[in-house]
Design a protein around this ligand. Sequence first.
Ligand SMILES: [Zn+2]
Length: 73
Amino acid sequence: MSENNNQANPNPCNDCEVLEKGNRHTPPHQFLTRTEFKAVPSQFGNVDEHYYKCSKCGKSWLHETGSYGQGWK
Ligand SMILES: [Zn+2]
């Protein structure tokens, strides 16, 4: 009986659905607010971690950019 706030809303809004199919080149949509940024060096190249929260559906996002980022998660 524990709740994870990061997964409070199982149904992302239409704008967030676009990100689920996007990649690291997909820009954040207009309802996202950036909450944190971390630069993460790795042996393959930097991974920049941008944390966002959607003001429409409440979904939290991690956007990995940089030369070895994996996009939206
Ligand atoms: Zn959303």
